[in-house]
Design a protein around this ligand. Sequence first.
Ligand code: GLY
Length: 594
Amino acid sequence: MLKTITPRLSKKLKHFSLFAVALTLNFNYANAQVEKEKDVKAFEFLSKANAKGFERKAQEFKNGAVVSAHPEATAVGVAILKKGGNAVDATVAVKFALAVVYPNAGNIGGGGFLIYRSAKGKIASMDFREKAPALADKDMYLDVNGDPISEKSKEGHLAAGVPGTVAGMVELHKKYGKLKWAELVEPAYQLAKNGFKLTKQQVNELNRLQTKFKQFNPLGTVFIKEEGEWAAGDVLVQTELANTMRLIRDKGRAGFYEGEVAEFIEAEMKRGGGLISKEDLKNYHAAWRKPIVGDYKGYKVITMPPTSSGGIALVQMLQSVANYPLSKWGFNADSTIQVMVEAERRVYADRAKHLGDPDFWKVPQKQLLQPAYNKNRMANLNWDKATPSAEIQAGEFARKESEETTHFSVVDKDGNAVSLTTTINTSYGNYVVVKGAGFLLNNEMDDFSVKPGVANYFGLIGYEANAIAPNKRMLSSMTPTILEKDGKLAMVVGTPGGSTIMTSVFQTILNVVDFGMDMQQAVNAKKFHHQWLPDRVDIEPNALRPEIQQKLEAKGYTFYKRNSIGRVDAILVTKAGLYQTGADPRGDDTAGGW
Ligand code: GLY
């Protein structure tokens, strides 16, 4: 690891960076000689953030880097890179390791999306999102009056979609992997068999969810603590999961979608009234899709197409703000926030109406990604007054009809890169651990629109485009993204966070491109979020200066405090060609490399 950090000194924000260095050296904030008031204010946020445990500094590596949600998974990825594996090999190994050491989201019982960019600039994206089982139907979560039975799509067996993770990893490895498959699954097998130490964050959540685990696992699961409470440092051994990992290691796809594990899944479904059958498992296939490619201030933005809404939304938001002088206004200045919030409001209105599984719904992708369209959407921005969401509808096109997630970023010594976001939807998914197979299932069915206009867990609404249908993929917000500049890899970025994923990726990119932050500062920086409905701006504590918030409230913006938004894990390529990491201090996220 190279310990000397060189912040990306942006000319315009020279003082910003100077202050960040001052913080590093424990200089007194009051003594910093800063000319521009707005920059001083911006520094205060980082200063406060530092005071609250956001003191992480960027690290830089020469030969490869991994940033993931758990130190054990990051260590597995770095070990694979060091033994000659490429970014895809490390990705597969990290993915399976996370399924063991980060069970709330890491998953083999869920799905996800990834963006790949080879050192030579070849790009690809893969959709290994869950699918609705063949027996699913449009009204499956409605009662006799047509009202949603709210918990059914969120908890328990009926909430699960057909898992895609193992199929996705097999396909990815087949196309771009270098080391042997078994070598990549082995670390996960060992971690499940021998156990790993639970972190403080993990035990807090496990203890909070004991009642749910007992309710949905009457035959027991390793997550249930029979006596007392889980404590940080307790070792979690997952014997059933180890057996499943062994089967995946030895048989690949068939180790999960056929045989013993498929039997266990079907039996679990029958026991709890779920729909996934052995036939569903056999029929599941991941899909290679053409990545979305946008442009932002000289950066090529390579991101995820539908079934995720993330990539389209990200590029729309970037296009919406591209003509405003954000760096002149400054980080979290009132004008900056107003423009970003108004962009987000309009883009999420489009998402609700137009986005869905492209295999079932004609998404007007080309129209939504026209720079002129997004520029025009901002034309009615009123500087004196927030635009009420009730006055914003999705754009109309002439066309023929036809929390808990996790993200990690990997770059290898040659410059191959993977940005991967994966999920079982909310933390610990549907709380059902498949008896005999030891892994949690997702509650991804809630990402469908269970009824037109009815909000899902994340408050997102949808319509026909995202209605439930057999074998259809539910719409996602996941936004794994890679940036390229002048034909070279520039950034690998992504985050969990449900509906806040796209806005968190959006803000992280702006933090680097417009506000000159280094990768870790960009990740640390406090976030805000607007999603059209509900009509409010969600903010992390200390995200806004009180006077800025008051100014915006006077214009009609409503603010809603949240503990945290996102867990961005990202890598930035510095001018010197080093891999600079940003591991989100909101979680146990850890950067590593060599
Ligand atoms: N389950 C959250 C998402 O896919 O957006």
